[in-house]
Design a binder for this molecule. Structure first.
Ligand SMILES: Cc1cc2nc3c(=O)[nH]c(=O)nc-3n(C[C@H](O)[C@H](O)[C@H](O)COP(=O)(O)OP(=O)(O)OC[C@H]3O[C@@H](n4cnc5c(N)ncnc54)[C@H](O)[C@@H]3O)c2cc1C
Length: 398
C-alpha cells in the first residue's frame, strides 16, 4: 500500500511520480531476491505500479494520464531500479513505449490510454528478433496485407513484460507496391491466437522481467491497430529516441546508485578484527567509494543533460540519434563500472547469493547489451564526426 499522501485524491497529472517510485522501491526491494532467484514474474509489483497510477505517467494529460517530462520519468525510474531493477526494466518498456507512441499516433490510441488509465493496461514491446538483434529498424517478421488488416508471421526475442502485458507494441516488415520492405508499427490488444511463447526468459540478469521469446503465427492485426505509415519507423524513432535510450540508461544509473548506497552502509558497519575499525577506514575502500561516487555523478550528469534536451523541428534526426546513443553507451558503461567497484569493495561476500550486490552486478551488465550496440554507437559517432555517411552503408539500407 502507498501512503494516502502519495496518490489518493490526486489526478494522475498531480501525482509526484518520483515519490511514488520511492515508496514502491522500498517495497519491491524486500522481494527482489526472491523473484530474481526464481526467475519469476513479479505480478504483485506490476499490480502496485498500476494501482498507484505509475503506469499512467506517460499517458497524455488530455487522456487522463500524468503527461510527465522525460526528466521526471528518468528520475522516477532511477529510484525504482535501485529497489528492483527487473521491475523497473519491465515497466520501462511500458512508460517509454507510450511516450514515443504519443508523438506518432496519439489520436489512434484512445483505446490504449483508456486501458492504461482505467483498466490496468500494460504495454510490452517486441522489436528484437533472432535475425535482427538490436537493429530494430529492419524487422524480419513479415506483415502480409489482407482485407481489414495484416497477418504477421515471425519471431520476437526478449519480449520484456509479456506475461503481465495486455497490449503489445511490435514491428513487422510490409512490402510496398514495388516489393520493397518497410518497417511498420502496431499496437494491439494481446490475444491468445497467433502468439506462442517459444521460450520463457531465464537470463543471467534482469531475471524477473519475463523477457520471453515468441513466435507469431498467422497473427491477425486489424488496420485500426497500425501506428504511423510504412517506412516512417526509422525517422520517427530517431526523432524520439531520447525517450528510449534515456529511460534505458536511467534504470542502469538507478542500479549503480543502489549499489553505492548499499556498499557505503556495509563498509561503515563491517568490522574486521585485524583492523579494529570498520572497513570504511581502509584507504583502498575510500578510493573505490570515491571512484563510484565520481562515476555515478558523471553518469547522472550525462543522462540528465540528454533528458533535458528537446528535439526541435529543425534538428537533424541522425545527429540527434547519434548524440543520444553516445550518451546511453557512456552512461551504461559508467553504471557498470560503479557496480563492479561495489563488488570489489564488498569482497567475496558480495558474490554470495545472500548479497544484493551480485544481483545488481548481473542486472547492470544488461545495460551494456541493450540497444544501441556500443560498437554501432561508437562507429556512428566516429563516422559522423569525420563526415563519413552512416545511412548510405549497405548494412543499414538506404
Ligand atoms: C534483459 C533484456 C531485456 C530486453 N527486453 C527487450 C524488449 O522488451 N524488447 C525488445 O525488442 N528487445 C529487448 N531486449 C533486446 C535488446 O534490445 C537487444 O536487441 C538484444 O540484447 C540484442 O541481442 P542479440 O543477441 O540479438 O545481439 P545483436 O544485436 O545481434 O548483437 C550481437 C553482436 O553484434 C554486434 N552488433 C549488432 N549489430 C551491430 C551493428 N549494427 N553494428 C555493429 N555491431 C553490431 C553487437 O555489438 C554484439 O557484439 C532485451 C534484452 C535483454 C538482455
Amino acid at each position: 500500500m502507498l501512503s494516502s499522501q502519495t496518490t489518493s485524491q490526486k489526478t494522475n497529472a498531480e501525482i509526484d511520480y518520483v515519490e511514488v517510485a520511492r515508496e514502491l522501491a522500498a517495497q519491491f526491494a524486500t522481494r527482489a531476491a526472491h523473484y530474481d532467484q526464481q526467475a519469476a514474474i513479479p505480478h504483485e509489483n506490476a499490480r502496485a505500479l498500476m494501482e498507484s497510477g505509475y503506469t499512467a505517467m506517460t499517458v497524455p494529460v488530455a487522456h487522463g494520464g500524468g503527461g510527465v517530462s522525460l526528466l521526471t520519468l528518468c528520475r522516477a525510474q532511477e529510484v525504482l531500479a535501485a529497489g528492483c531493477a527487473s521491475t523497473a526494466w519491465m515497466v520501462n518498456m511500458h512508460v517509454h513505449g507510450l511516450a514515443i507512441l504519443n508523438f506518432v499516433a496519439s489520436r489512434d490510441l484512445e483505446w490504449a490510454y483508456n486501458e492504461v488509465v482505467h483498466h490496468r493496461g500494460f504495454l510490452a514491446g517486441g522489436f528484437s528478433e533472432p535475425g535482427v538483434g538490436g537493429n530494430w529498424w529492419y524487422p524480419t517478421t513479415q506483415a502480409q496485407r489482407v482485407p481489414g488488416g495484416y497477418v504477421l508471421n515471425g519471431r520476437k526475442t526478449f519480449f520484456t513484460g509479456f506475461p503481465v502485458a495486455n497490449m503489445l507494441f511490435l514491428s513487422a516488415a510490409v512490402k510496398d507496391d514495388r516489393g520493397v520492405s518497410q518497417a511498420l508499427g502496431f499496437v494491439v490488444p494481446k490475444k491468445e491466437r497467433g502468439i506462442r511463447v517459444e521460450r520463457e526468459w531465464d537470463g543471467c540478469g534482469m531475471r524477473a522481467t519475463g523477457s520471453h521469446s515468441l513466435v507469431l503465427e498467422e497473427f491477425f492485426v486489424a488496420d485500426k491497430y497500425v501506428v504511423g505509415n510504412p517506412g516512417d519507423v526509422p525517422v520517427l524513432f530517431m526523432r524520439n529516441v531520447h525517450w528510449a535510450w534515456c529511460s534505458f540508461a536511467s534504470v542502469f544509473v538507478g542500479i549503480a546508485a543502489g549499489a553505492l548506497q548499499y556498499t557505503t552502509e556495509v563498509v561503515k558497519k563491517r568490522q574486521l578484527k585485524v583492523l579494529r575499525k570498520s572497513l570504511a577506514h581502509l584507504p583502498g575502500i575510500q578510493f573505490r567509494i570515491a571512484d563510484m561516487k565520481v562515476k555515478l555523478a558523471a553518469a547522472r550528469a550525462n543522462l540528465y543533460a540528454a533528458a533535458r534536451k528537446e528535439f526541435r523541428e529543425n534538428d537533424d534526426p541522425l545527429a540527434h540519434y547519434i548524440e543520444i546513443s553516445a550518451m546511453k553507451t557512456r552512461t551504461c558503461q559508467l553504471s557498470y563500472e560503479v557496480v563492479l567497484q561495489a563488488l570489489r569493495v564488498m569482497g567475496g561476500s558480495g558474490y554470495a547469493q545472500a548479497c544484493p550486490i551480485q544481483r545488481m552486478y548481473r542486472d547492470v551488465t544488461a545495460g551494456l547489451l541493450m540497444p544501441p550496440s556500443a560498437d554501432m554507437a561508437l562507429e556512428w559517432v566516429g563516422k559522423h564526426a569525420l563526415g563519413i555517411p552512416v545511412l548510405g552503408d549497405p548494412r543499414w539500407g538506404e
